[in-house]
Write a protein that binds this ligand. Sequence first.
Ligand code: ADP
Ligand code: MG
Length: 499
Amino acid sequence: MAKFIGIDLGTTFSAAATVDVEGRPVIVRDSEGNNIIPSCVVVDGDTIEVGAHALDTWESSPEKGASRFKRIMGTTNKTINLSGKEFTPTELSSFVLKKIVKEVESQIGEIEEAVVTIPANFAHEAREATMLAAKKAGLKIKNIINEPTAAALYYAYKTGEDLDGIYAVFDLGGGTFDVSIIQAHGKNVEVLSSDGVSRLGGDDFDKAVIDLLCEKYKAISGNDLDPKEISLVQAEKAKKHLTIKETTKQKINGISVEVSRNDFQEKIKSLLAQIELLCESALDEAKIQTSQLKGIFLAGGSTRVPAIKEVVTKVFGKEPTSTANVDEVVALGAAIYATYRADRTKLSPGQKESVEKIKISETTNKCFGTITLTRDAARDDIVLKNTTLIPKGHKIPCSVTQSFYTTHEGQTGVNCKVTESSTIETDPKFVKIIWEGNLELPPNRPEGQKIDVTFSYDENQIMQCSFVDVATGKKTSVDLTMVSTENFDDNKIDKFLVE
Ligand code: ADP
Ligand code: MG
């Protein structure tokens, strides 16, 4: 039986899951029985180590290891030095994925196909970098899914009864925060809006604990303490104590230092406020009142922090559902999605039955547009302007065409650009150009020749952009790939053709 796998490639922890022969989503544990492995890589000479042992080594020899590189996925100029060698975040992620592949295959056999999850607010480059990491790890990947959608999908299963209505998915992990408003009918999941930040999570809480410990240490001993003297491992342990207890005592340089949950909550106040604001903006964007919410689903280890549960309850006006292991929900949902997108002839009757009723629709997480020369009538001048074709939050799949016109007599070419922005933007200065090409035009034509620009965004998160000279049918097009197809390689762009 072919194996379809869902992988939650997390900032701090990663997990893998599958849908078993009977059709139940299950976590694939590693050979040591762990349900999640630290996304930590250590390089020592020629050996590369990933997971719990790597985390231990990293703690004692930070120059040999790295973690949290997901935060810089998709940046082209940043590398991380491990034991004197430079690695890109994509390479480091591929090492984590390779380790997962090895563990999964030793447990359940060869992987036929996998789905890797991605934060809803990941930019184009970060999505591509993730796909490339998967390819480097030898995985066959045709689909990706946003983390909150995966979590919602799993909750749709877990509750037993079909979901019906609007729900919030609140995902707070080690390094990223994502909040999404989804609409679900039975096993149909639709994302209405998504907000978040890629630099907010449990790591910030660890830092808050370190600050607190330093302050308390000084109050007791009168001496300043270098925050570096407190290990992240110790800080995380103290933080987890505060999840279940009102106070925690930590030994630092032989002195016992006590920190209370109240101190901690006070210290992270501004982060809690930021989280609250992002939840409100997700609600606004989806045009939803809290009274319309049927439920709130949690994902990510940091949602165990009592102050976070309080914020969630406050901002959404009801207590979150806590029927699932928050460390596992994203991987489990991804496994369901991998099975849903699989070649159905390769599934067992149980698996088929589990995914038959599913339908998922997502929305774009950014605005996509193009920059053109436009005649500014008021100033009788020609100016550069960005026009949004697909706004943020547009349902996927979609296809949008807009016509533009040449601005000069005898114009022999059009500079074609595809832009990305987080809000609708007309000023080219405030958008990111994610692709650029040329469309050559025949000579000796008057101005005002029609150029049709079409962006088609499909459910596999591939956006096909074409620029067509309507009079001649000449076309320049590109597939901007968020997902690997057969020939995916280091090039940013899969295909570039001029017909
Ligand atoms: P990511 O998706 O970013 O990889 P996870 O969802 O695995 O992260 O969450 C990891 C974070 O959750 C870490 O910062 C960890 O310290 C935190 N965490 C896990 N369990 C607890 C707990 N019981 N109390 C507080 N924080 C926790
Ligand atoms: Mg996560």
